[in-house]
Design a protein around this ligand. Structure first.
Ligand SMILES: [Zn+2]
Length: 148
């Protein structure tokens, strides 16, 4: 069955949740800097050379940009993003911008079909009383809602 945009967004939101918990478990301080973009914002970014595509996953709410904060300053090196990128791509099966061949974009994490959200993920340093999530639980009824 073909996934609706809404069901993709739900999967993506869960994946972002895991990414935030993973960062927390590694004491990596991050903040979300961009989630949804309007077509106008995307056109502006392409014009100013900050993006290469008008067909960005941000337009569907299926990509997130994050900043890593160290000592109060944003850090943009690939080395800093690597643990998060490897977790996102290798553990969750998503697409990490740091793996883009033509336009490396380390702060960018996007949805990919068949992300592995039912796999156990080791958050050993996160206290269990703080984190309670249901992995592989009941599936929500699909309301067929498309993007707003
Ligand atoms: Zn992005």
């Amino acid at each position: 069955m073909k996934k609706t945009l809404s069901s993709k967004q739900i999967e993506f939101s869960q994946a972002v949740g895991y990414l935030l918990l993973f960062a927390k478990s590694r004491s990596i301080s991050i903040k979300i800097t961009c989630l949804y973009r309007t077509p106008e914002q995307q056109r502006y970014l392409v014009k100013s050379g900050k993006s290469k595509t008008l067909d960005s996953y941000h337009l569907s709410g299926l990509a997130v940009d994050i900043a890593i904060i160290k000592d109060g300053k944003a850090v943009w090196s690939k080395e800093a993003f690597e643990p998060l990128g490897r977790f996102w791509a290798d553990e969750l099966g998503g697409t990490w911008g740091g793996d883009f061949k033509n336009f490396e974009d380390c702060p960018h994490f996007q949805w990919k079909d068949n992300m592995r959200l039912d796999r156990y993920t080791d958050f050993t340093e996160v206290k269990p009383e703080i984190v309670s999530f249901n992995i592989g639980g009941e599936k929500e009824e699909d309301d067929g809602q498309t993007n707003l």
